[in-house]
Design a protein around this ligand. Structure first.
Ligand SMILES: NC(=O)c1ccc[n+]([C@@H]2O[C@H](COP(=O)([O-])OP(=O)(O)OC[C@H]3O[C@@H](n4cnc5c(N)ncnc54)[C@H](O)[C@@H]3O)[C@@H](O)[C@H]2O)c1
Length: 457
């Protein structure tokens, strides 16, 4: 590490500590959002993509909790049946549209929420921005570098804001890690070991749905790892510079011992460990099964279908602008779900083994260990927050809909730059797997990479 890099890292820690201790950071996204918080009437929102996320997190939950602050003025989806069910499920009486262009033109929302399939996010984000509205998009912001650049160009030209909903940043133990990284206990951060395990239930579910195809979700390196890469970018507070990766499909898809089309009616259901009966869940039946006739989409697809073309094991090396090195992996057929993370510094190590789900015991707390070189080991216990994604979903929505000017000392609200930088790691990893070569993030879009202290959305 050069003296300049050391100095820059020290400055980063010093700035961050004062930031946590005193003056609260005002996020540019919060400034943009305050445009509508000053209005006396309700914020008009429209939503495109009325699947499970749109109906729940951004539909019924928003209507129930923030009804005095927001008004739904339109819902849109290409599946007519799902759209009709969503309207009833969310509990609104606004118009519905099969054509999102028509919704944007007629409903004229202040805010457009995009919760469609990943590969289509860019279409609606760009349409919303071009029509002069702020946009919230679910992660991943999009699935390839060309679409990413098009979104960035549209946002710049529109003068409006795009917010990407990274709920993972809001969970209490990840926030604690952010804080501990900035208090100097482990000295200068030099490397990170980050290994994520999806279990045979949740992991397998990606191989049942549209996510199983690169063209729809950009592989799990984009669809899923965008969360993890965003956490890394946020914790490390530097931009990823170069990425090298391996990935392979060797468990699901064509590797299976037998296969059907869907779990319903499958001739192997008695002997398949992955057999899953969607008809036992009324909400899923109403959302998907009853609406198959409109688009032919089967939510309970066989995990061994031969058209699956994403990787089920992935290993990624990332070098950051500030010289921090990361070893990351994603495994999709683990007996339990969670992750191991360790931050290695010049004075010690910060580590955690977070168990999100395991068959032998329901975890009720997260333990973080701080060990200093030639020193002591300290255990920090974080009780689990209630609600979706460790309480992250609620905190994220409070910030979006209740109090956009809420102080953001941990920089948890994310804008298009954060959305872009997280998917660019996954896109670079995918490109690296396909080319067998390292990929420079700078070659993917025109975003100038920064060493540290970005502090912006
Ligand atoms: N942040 C999180 O933790 C989290 C969790 C779940 C899902 N998500 C994201 O939410 C989004 C939706 O995921 P989901 O699980 O609800 O999937 P889903 O399949 O239930 O819903 C997707 C919806 O998009 C619709 N759609 C597909 N193509 C479209 C198009 N061209 N135009 C309009 N609508 C279209 C489908 O008909 C469907 O109703 C995804 O981007 C996903 O990554 C985020």
């Amino acid at each position: 590490m050069t003296e300049d890099q050391k100095q820059s890292r020290r400055n980063f820690i010093a700035t961050s500590v004062s930031l946590l201790a005193g003056s609260f950071f005002v996020h540019p996204v919060a400034e943009a959002l305050s445009l509508w918080s000053e209005k006396t009437e309700k914020m008009k929102i429209a939503l495109v993509g009325t699947g499970i996320r749109g109906c729940g997190m951004f539909g019924r939950d928003v209507k129930r909790v923030y009804d005095d602050l927001v008004e739904f003025v339109g819902l849109s989806d290409i599946n007519e049946g799902r759209l009709a069910y969503a309207k009833e499920f969310i509990g609104v009486d606004c118009p519905t549209f099969l054509d999102a262009d028509q919704m944007i033109a007629e409903a004229k929302p202040d805010l457009l929420i995009v919760t469609t399939m990943d590969s289509t996010h860019h279409e609606y984000i760009i349409k919303g921005l071009n029509a002069g509205m702020n946009v919230i998009s679910e992660k991943p912001m999009t699935t390839d570098e060309a679409k990413c650049q098009a979104i960035l160009d549209a946002e710049r030209a529109s003068g409006k804001r795009l917010i990407v909903t990274f709920n993972y940043r809001y969970s209490p133990h990840r926030q604690k890690l952010f804080e501990l990284l900035r208090d100097g206990s482990i000295g200068d951060l030099t490397s990170v070991d980050f290994h994520w395990y999806l279990d045979v239930y949740h992991g397998a579910d990606y191989f049942r749905r549209w996510h199983r195809k690169k063209e729809f979700g950009g592989t799990l390196l984009v669809h899923k790892s965008t969360h993890h890469f965003d956490l890394l970018n946020w914790w490390i507070d530097s931009d990823p510079e170069e990425v090298f990766a391996y990935g392979k499909l060797e468990f699901y898809g064509k590797n299976g011992p037998f296969r059907g089309t869907t779990c319903r009616g499958c001739e192997f259901k008695e002997k398949c460990n992955f057999h899953w009966d969607i008809t036992r869940n009324e909400h899923l039946v109403n959302l998907y099964v009853k609406n198959e006739s409109y688009d032919g989409y089967h939510r309970d697809g066989c995990v061994f279908r031969e058209d699956i073309d994403i990787y089920d094991k992935m290993a990624v090396q990332i070098k950051y602008k500030n010289e921090v090195q990361v070893s990351y992996s994603l495994t999709t057929y683990s007996p339990y779900e969670g992750y191991r993370i360790a931050f290695n510094g010049t004075k010690g190590r910060l580590e955690a083994w977070i168990k999100e789900r395991q068959p032998w015991e329901e975890p009720s707390q997260d333990d973080i260990y701080l060990t200093t070189n030639f020193g002591e080991r300290k255990k920090i216990v974080i009780p689990h927050g209630g609600g979706g994604h460790g309480g992250g979903d609620t905190r994220l929505k409070d910030k979006l809909f209740k109090d956009p000017n809420m102080a953001d000392p941990y920089r948890q609200s994310a804008g298009s730059r954060d959305g872009a930088m997280s998917i660019l790691v996954g896109i670079a990893a995918r490109n690296s797997i396909e080319s067998g070569r390292p990929v420079r993030v700078q070659d993917l879009t025109d975003i100038p990479l920064e060493e540290s202290g970005r502090g912006q959305g």
